[in-house]
Ligand binder design. Structure first.
Ligand code: AMP
Length: 215
């Protein structure tokens, strides 16, 4: 199973990917997580990416392409959910070409959609675990009481100016990908308003339908 999760920041891509990992045993490939890890390690790629991420802009495509392709290869080109990549038409062409060249074309692109007001509320209330990267929401999924307060951070790009920039970038560069994937017969839109479990059920019904068809 080869799935790309697509949608604006705050749509719940990371949360849903984590559930797919837990329940269906897929590997999670998140270019955002890979980039944040590179920044933390201060690797050359991380140093190059740092300012872009902080400001909510897209990191240069070639840098992300290598990270995504290396991660897909590490997972044997199959049984993964990729989130945060592709974000531009150029990246979509790279990803599709890369997977096709390994005989493992993309099977689903699930586009999570929700109103801007909910996106802004979710992102401004989001916190992450400094070490594990796990996501929390101060109201709906607060960090457990035994996690020390200094382990819980707000992402630098979850601050209001960066949120606005990321939404603009999404609208201008990433949203047009919906049409691209629709033309390729891969796109399924998923209503991302609701509880984590409700959204997971919507995703699962799409994926399970495919599994039944494959047998
Ligand atoms: P995310 O965790 O997916 O929201 O990604 C966080 C940040 O990492 C983005 O705002 C970008 O700066 C960078 N990033 C992640 N994935 C990509 C990508 N596919 N292309 C360019 N930049 C990316």
């Amino acid at each position: 199973m080869r799935i790309a999760l697509f949608g604006p920041p705050g749509a719940g891509k990371g949360t849903q990917a984590a559930l797919l990992v837990k329940r269906l045993g897929l590997a999670h490939i998140s270019t955002g997580n890979i980039i944040r890890a590179a920044i933390k390690q201060d690797s050359p790629a991380g140093a190059e990416a740092r300012a872009y991420v902080r400001e909510g802009r897209l990191v240069p495509g070639k840098l992300v392409r290598k990270m995504a392709e290396d991660a897909i290869a590490d997972h044997g080109y199959d049984n993964f959910v990729i989130d945060g990549y592709p974000r531009t038409t150029e990246q979509a062409n790279w990803l599709e070409g890369f997977l096709e060249s390994h005989g493992r074309p993309l099977e689903h692109v699930l586009s999570l959609y929700l109103p801007d007001a909910i996106i802004i509320e979710r992102l401004s209330r989001r916190r992450i675990h400094r070490e594990t990267g796990e996501n929390f929401h101060l109201d709906f999924k607060p960090p457990p009481a035994d996690v020390p307060a200094d382990m819980i951070l707000q992402r630098s790009d979850d601050r209001p100016e960066a949120i606005q920039r990321r939404l603009d970038v999404y609208r201008e560069q990433t949203h047009p990908l919906e049409d691209h994937f629709r033309r390729h017969g891969l796109l399924v839109r998923i209503d991302a308003v609701g509880s984590v479990e409700e959204v997971h059920e919507r995703i699962k019904s799409v994926i399970t339908g495919n599994l039944v068809n494959e047998r």
